[in-house]
Write a protein that binds this ligand. Structure first.
Ligand SMILES: Nc1ncnc2c1ncn2[C@@H]1O[C@H](COP(=O)(O)OP(=O)(O)O)[C@@H](O)[C@H]1O
Ligand SMILES: [Mg+2]
Length: 239
């Protein structure tokens, strides 16, 4: 079968630091894959390699069957960055419209639907600069979704988002996955990590453990994913 994402010994260094180090990752269509790891473990760099915004030093990344970087894939991939990439002096609606236009969206109703999905219809005409951090996260998500990509790469999408909306986000992620969309979501919030189909624990640019939340709990002998991560990290450090 064809993987949505397949990396082989993917490596990207900044000076002496290997942000991503000989990383092998495979993600199946319709899977929600969670990337977990502390700050600096390489999650964002890996995502940038996957969407073609960074070029690997060695190894390779195949995304939706194409070797990255490949600009032809932009219409099929949605990327929500960790840092905000919105226009403060445009409204929420105008921001989504702008991203839709960049991705070649021809169906006007998709813009309203994206705003509705993130619960922003009532604020659609507010300037983004006037919105709270949590509301701006929602606009960012709408921008990443509006062109209905087959692959969504979401870098810490729920930071600053209140618990109720966070649940709504995850319900939507699950609906998308059920419809065949592949999602890679980074997080350091362990309770939401439990909602992923599969998790990869990252440390120093490498995957130190991988499996379903249940498998990782069993293998580490703890019910708590945070404790599980620490156990795998200790074992990795000792090795
Ligand atoms: N543009 C850059 N220039 C120099 N170092 C970078 C750059 N981007 C990331 N790094 C370094 O690469 C490592 C991984 O960073 P990052 O991918 O942002 O991790 P995470 O998203 O898990 O916090 C860190 O040590 C970080 O300082
Ligand atoms: Mg990051």
């Amino acid at each position: 079968m064809e993987f949505s994402i397949e990396t082989v010994r993917l490596t990207k260094a900044f000076g002496a630091i290997r942000a991503v180090a000989e990383l092998d990752l495979r993600v199946q269509p319709g899977e929600i894959y969670g990337l977990l790891g502390p700050n600096g473990s390489g999650k964002t760099t890996l995502m940038r390699l996957l969407v073609g915004l960074a070029k690997a030093d060695s190894g390779e990344a195949r995304v939706l069957g194409r070797r990255m970087p490949d600009r032809g894939l932009l219409a099929d991939v949605g990327y929500m960055t960790q840092a905000e990439a919105l226009y403060a002096d445009l409204t929420a609606h105008e921001n989504v419209l702008f991203f839709a236009a960049l991705s070649g969206v021809k169906t006007a109703s998709w813009i309203g639907e994206a705003l509705e999905l993130v619960g922003l219809q009532a604020r659609a005409n507010d300037l983004v600069g006037s919105l709270s951090g949590g509301l701006r996260r929602r606009v960012s998500l709408a921008c990443a979704l509006v062109h209905r990509p087959r692959l969504l790469i979401l870098d810490e999408p729920t930071v600053g988002v209140d618990p109720q909306l966070r649940v709504a986000f995850w319900e939507h992620f699950r609906r998308l996955a059920d419809g065949g969309v592949t999602l890679v979501i980074s997080s350091h919030v362990m309770d939401e990590a439990g909602r992923c189909d599969r998790l990869g624990f990252m440390r120093e640019g490498r995957l130190i453990a991988e499996g379903s939340p249940e498998q990782l709990r069993q293998r580490s002998g703890t019910m708590d994913l945070e404790q599980a991560f620490l156990k795998f990290a200790e074992a990795d450090h000792a090795a």
